[in-house]
Design a protein around this ligand. Structure first.
Ligand code: IFM
Length: 450
């Protein structure tokens, strides 16, 4: 494989999944602290209270990153570490933590790619309605400006949101993620206010007037495949695509919401939370887009789970995504289909020809550990997906493996391990897996070739 000179090889993590220190140095609670405390919400009663203790072990983790030889590290900032109440008083100790991290990355020639929101809304803002509340979009922009003012001398790549599909649909419609709501209208308002917050945040950071800054958003993109070519299954695949991809990408890059939403949502279609000026704010020109890919969705038409349209949650769109192809599956049960990454990249570019450059900002897998951490399945997975990314005819600028370390996998707790590095949660000892060494050698070989 060969990639152009300047291609960025990286790894990714997020704050709540690795930091721990949930109540230290003035950090306020986030919706994930609250959700994880609800009995049965997270497997095994796990929480992010300690996680991989990165808040204390960040220097060791940066050393591991440097030894890995990556060009870039994608991490997220915990909103409630910087603004414990979500707005108002700034907690300097929170900013200082990220300052130390950024400086050390820079000293070691690892470029920081900073994400402002990876699902951990301050609980104080959820108490005021969370993302259902239009004001949250403005508070997000204020938070973005605060972090940007503090760190833009060390960080030039700024991602507003990670996977807004999860923080809206999975959090406010399915209820599998924080804040655990199962709603129709509220979830659709959350979609809109997240997108609005993204646009306002880009505006507020650009208004700081710092040269050389790049702004983007990260979206999860699972191409949908109808299980048959019957009109019903094909239509179901379109609905699924609107739900997961197009209700985000169309307004971001095409200036409108998918018209299919009207018929999909019927009784829920009071879109009065969308104001006239919003689409132009949401559609701020971006410098890059991040694409996260894990699997394709194989979709069949199915009855709605809730027969009364007025009581439906926003993800109850009459599709069945449980049908799986006869291929290998990861420990998450996700089908291994590298070609889906090629399709995800080319689909996005085909729908939006003026798309900015793309980074694959997450891709990775879980397989059961073997003796000596010889995770050959992960190596094969990564190699095949990198090849699939290369096969896409798009302006691809980088690839980030998810994840540097084993971490808190949301509602699955610590059961599923995505790390290139194994974490012993009793001792917090880090042990690089075979995939870590493979990725290091792969990156080295790429440099020699370019
Ligand atoms: O761990 C998550 C991450 O937080 C967001 N993208 C998917 C990963 C694997 O599920």
């Amino acid at each position: 494989m060969s990639f152009p000179a300047g291609f960025r090889w990286g790894v990714a993590t997020s704050a709540y999944q690795i930091e721990g220190a949930a109540a230290l140095d003035g950090r306020g609670p986030s919706i994930w602290d609250t959700f994880a405390a609800v009995p049965g919400a997270v497997a095994n009663g796990d929480t992010g209270e300690v996680a991989a203790d990165h808040y204390h072990r960040w220097a060791e983790d940066v050393r591991l990153l440097v030894d890995l030889g990556v060009d870039a590290y994608r991490f997220s900032v915990s909103w409630s570490r910087v603004l414990p109440e979500g707005r108002g008083k700034v907690e300097q100790r929170g900013l200082d933590f990220y300052r130390r991290l950024v400086d050390t990355l820079r000293d070691n020639d690892v470029e920081p790619f900073l994400t402002l929101y990876h699902w951990d809304l301050p609980q104080a803002l959820e108490d005021e309605g969370g993302w259902r509340n239009r004001d949250t979009a403005g508070w997000f922009a204020d938070y973005a400006a605060t972090v940007h003012e503090a760190l833009s001398d060390g960080v030039s790549k700024w991602t507003t949101l990670n996977e807004p599909y999860c923080s809206s649909v999975v959090g406010y419609a399915e209820g599998r993620h924080a804040p655990g709501a199962r709603e129709g209208h509220g979830a659709l308002a959350a979609v809109h206010h997240l997108l609005l917050g993204h646009g306002l945040a880009v505006q507020s950071m650009r208004a700081n007037g710092v040269a050389g800054q790049e702004f983007g958003i990260v979206l999860n993109q699972s191409p949908t495949v109808p299980v048959t070519d019957s009109p019903a299954d094909v239509a179901a695949a379109v609905r699924q695509d609107v739900l997961l991809r197009r209700q985000f990408t169309d307004p971001l890059f095409g200036g409108e919401y998918p018209p299919e939403m009207e018929s999909m949502y019927g009784a829920l279609t009071d879109f009065s939370f969308r104001h006239d000026e919003d689409l132009s704010i949401i559609g701020q020109p971006l410098d890059y887009v991040g694409l996260n890919y894990y699997y394709r969705l194989h979709v069949a038409d199915a009855p709605h789970r809730e027969p009364d349209p007025a009581k439906r949650t926003a993800h109850d769109i009459g599709v069945d995504t449980s049908q799986l192809p006869n291929v290998q599956r990861t420990g998450m049960g996700w089908p291994v289909e590298p070609e889906g990454l090629t399709t995800a990249l080319t689909d996005l570019k085909a729908r939006h020809p003026h798309l900015p450059p793309i980074y694959v900002t997450e891709n990775g897998c879980v397989f059961p550990d073997t003796e000596g951490f010889l995770d050959n399945d992960r190596i094969t997975f990564l190699r095949d997906h990198i090849a699939a990314a290369q096969a896409a005819d798009v302006d691809l600028r980088g690839y980030f493996c998810w994840s540097l370390l084993d971490n808190f996998e949301w509602a699955h707790g610590y059961k599923h391990r995505f790390g290139l590095i194994h974490v012993d949660y009793q001792t917090q000892e880090r042990t690089p897996r075979a995939s870590y060494h493979w990725y290091r050698d792969f990156i080295k070989a790429q440099r020699q070739d370019s």
